[in-house]
Design a protein around this ligand. Structure first.
Ligand SMILES: [Zn+2]
Length: 74
């Protein structure tokens, strides 16, 4: 899967854009401002136009790009 990357409007980091229903737009993937931060960057889940993306990144074979373990109840 090709993942577009864009600059986060809040922290300026290069983040992955996830597909959304809105044509031509992507949603900023959940991310933190820095690795040790406990809270997500406020730019997470914000919609950006794909035309603002900086680059397209090909996922490495066998590596799921940007997939964190799904939260489960147990
Ligand atoms: Zn951010």
């Amino acid at each position: 899967m090709r993942a577009p990357r864009a600059q986060c409007p809040a922290c300026g980091r290069s983040v992955a854009l996830m597909p959304t229903r809105r044509a031509g737009y992507g949603v900023v993937h959940d991310h933190k401002k820095d690795r040790r931060s406990l809270s997500l960057c406020e730019g997470s889940m914000r919609q950006l136009a794909l035309s603002e993306s900086l680059a397209w990144q090909d996922a490495l074979p066998g590596v799921a790009e940007g997939h964190e373990p799904a939260a489960t109840l147990f």
